[in-house]
Design a binder for this molecule. Structure first.
Ligand code: ZN
Ligand code: ZN
Length: 623
């Protein structure tokens, strides 16, 4: 087998990738050393830390190793085995750069590199802030061991800047988690102060890897997805709406075996979950994209790596619809377990069901505040600057708004309608068809006998889902069926709003709203769409117009999405309201026909089941 040779970069390229501050914290050291180990074809990589790496970092691998002569070349600035010409920069299969890292690390620590290519002739070099202080033969198995001690000992300002040990350790753990997910056939071992923190088995099995990384609950709720077109092959696993987290760090994007951050791709994933999981919650996902490296456009800025894809819109759409389909084809009925019912304090992240039954504030207020969150999430950063692959992985703030002017121009063109085409799935019929209505409980929940399970439907959430899908559908139509009002509606606006409304006339017409100015601050509405419920005409029209004129900068699909949520909530039967049997029937029928009957548009469950077994456990019939 050929050993990869390490080349020195030309000055030109060295400047191009001038990495600036490569070593920020222990995790940057770990990242570089682990990636070097991966490049050396290691199948086992062990990271040992003392005091979260602040005192010591050891990275051991069983890769190719280096000869006595190769080690000093690796330490030289701008040596890399990855990039030989500037053309490679734009054609790299791996999205990381080497060459800066080792010398940078060397300059701020006491570093010792030992390596061996044949299991016999091992050699080591020891440096103290770039000065060679010792070298010699050493006996070791094939592979490389890099020891980095007293990081930043000669740059006390840097040292002072570090966070607490537990924060530094979490940086490193997140990093190793992500690298491990991108390299399922490599075994990773992470140890801190002689305590095992994380370990993978290197078996290549993604589900067990996800279990080792995120826990059993996550592994159990994973669904698989896969799709390809001429350019891209995507595949991976993602959680159902039963398991989610409060930040986006659990969405892992891997391109050609290298983990990257890219907001556009991340949004393609979260778009598939809109109206399925609560706002501000995110799935746990591993998404792998395989493609010819030439389809990836890499722009190197002094401190940033910008990645763009050929036909990025098509790629995004494929990701959203593929994950969407996988979700919509899965039975997403929430299942309540005895431990949940007994729990006093809801664990919001883990158990939506418990949260729901503990809620006692008025619902609308809650949902509207939730809605705002979505809006912020969407509007702020639909097409922000692309993320940097070299960034720290675990800093959620980085996703937050930094308004980017240059992207604003094409933001609307780039807008993707993220509707997911779904065929009806058989099991959906079977669930709703097996339910026998028992009665209403707490004037809020509808109880059904489902044979082996007791089903509860949240009447408001269920109705909201039906209404939401109806409104969404009508928004998607090119022209809406409307009818002429017997008594036209007069609406008052402010002087400044009237021109904005006139500007939107075409769009309002398309929605089925026909109006004319009535002079001054009044408009008169003559026609409205058929779907608007009786007695809510004025309220709905007002809401629609206000939403349209107050969300000028929001992409259309985002605006319609939030409008549909808002309107559907208003229309739906409230909690604490009696319901007729005939209304229950109609509701169940409508719900059955929904594309996604299992959650309300805000991601709360509509339907919860409790198995007979769980109930028998409560009554101590079984243990
Ligand atoms: Zn609601
Ligand atoms: Zn809702």
């Amino acid at each position: 087998m050929n050993l990869p040779t390490i080349n020195e970069l030309s000055k030109e390229i060295a400047n191009l990738i001038s990495a600036g501050e490569v070593v920020e914290r222990p995790s940057s050291v770990v990242k570089e050393l682990v990636e070097n180990a991966i490049d050396a074809n290691a199948s086992i990589i062990k990271v040992e830390l003392i005091n979260s790496g602040i005192k010591k970092i050891n990275v051991l691998d069983n890769g190719f190793g280096m000869t006595k002569d190769q080690i000093p070349v690796a330490i030289k600035p701008h040596a890399t085995s990855k990039i030989k010409t500037s053309k490679d920069l734009f054609n790299i299969a791996t999205l990381g750069f080497r060459g800066e890292a080792l010398p940078s690390i060397q300059s701020v620590s006491k570093m010792r590199i030992s390596s061996c290519t044949d299991g016999v002739n091992g050699y080591f070099y020891q440096y103290k802030s770039s000065d060679l202080v010792d070298e010699g033969v050493t006996s070791m198995p094939i592979g490389t061991k890099v020891e980095v001690e007293n990081l930043f000992f000669n740059t006390p300002a840097r040292l002072k800047h570090l966070s607490t040990e537990s924060v530094e350790l979490s940086h490193i753990t997140t990093l190793i988690n992500r690298i491990a997910l991108a390299n399922p056939t490599i075994q990773f071992i992470l140890i801190n102060n002689n305590k095992l923190i994380y370990q993978t088995d290197g078996s290549g099995d993604i589900i067990s890897l996800m279990g080792q990384t995120y826990g059993l609950d996550v592994a159990k709720s994973l669904i698989k997805f896969e799709n390809k077109n001429d350019l891209y092959h995507i595949k991976g696993y993602t959680t159902t709406n039963n398991v989610y987290r409060s930040n986006k760090n659990y969405i892992n994007i891997i391109i050609n075996n290298r983990i990257i951050r890219n907001l556009n791709i991340l949004f393609a994933v979260t778009d598939a979950y809109k109206s399925i999981i609560p706002v501000g919650k995110y799935p746990i996902t591993i998404l792998e994209i395989e493609c010819d490296p030439s389809l990836i456009d890499v722009n190197v800025h002094p401190t940033k790596l910008e990645i763009r894809f050929t036909d990025e819109l098509i790629l995004r759409e494929m990701i959203t619809s593929t994950i969407g389909k996988a979700l919509y084809h899965t039975e997403l009925v929430y299942e309540a377990k005895e431990k949940d019912i007994k729990k006093e304090i809801p664990v919001i992240d883990e158990n939506p069901y418990v949260t729901v039954i503990k809620e006692d504030e008025p619902e609308i207020i809650k949902e509207e505040s939730i809605e705002t969150l979505w809006d912020e999430f969407d509007e702020g950063n639909v097409f922000p600057d692309l993320e940097d692959a070299e960034d720290n992985f675990d800093d959620d703030e980085e996703y937050d708004d930094d308004e980017n002017d240059e992207d604003d121009d094409n933001a609307f063109e780039l807008e993707i309608e993220t509707k997911v085409e779904v065929q009806k799935v058989e099991f959906q019929e079977s669930i709703f068809d097996t339910l026998t209505y028992i009665g209403q409980y707490h004037k809020t929940y509808l109880l059904f006998d489902g044979g082996a399970e007791l089903y509860l439907i949240d009447q408001h959430a269920a109705m909201e889902r039906c209404m939401y899908e109806k409104i969404r559908k009508s928004f998607e139509k090119e022209s809406n069926q409307s009818y002429e009002l017997l008594v036209p509606i007069k609406l008052e606006f402010s002087v400044s709003e009237i021109p904005l409304i006139n500007e939107k006339e075409h769009e309002l017409n398309k929605l089925g709203i026909k109006f004319e100015p009535f002079g001054g601050t009044t408009i008169i509405v003559r026609e409205i769409p058929l779907w608007i419920p009786k007695n809510l005409e004025i309220e709905f029209i007002n809401d629609i117009i206000n939403h349209l004129i107050n969300n000028q900068n929001v992409s259309k699909s985002v605006m319609y999405e939030s409008l549909a949520k808002k309107l559907s909530c208003k229309k739906s039967i409230k909690a604490n309201t009696s319901i007729l049997d005939s209304e229950v029937n109609e509701l169940l029928n409508n719900l059955k026909q929904c594309q996604m009957p299992y959650t309300c548009p805000h991601g709360r469950p509509t339907l919860v089941k409790i198995s007979t077994y769980e109930i028998e456990k409560i009554f101590k019939r079984v243990i």
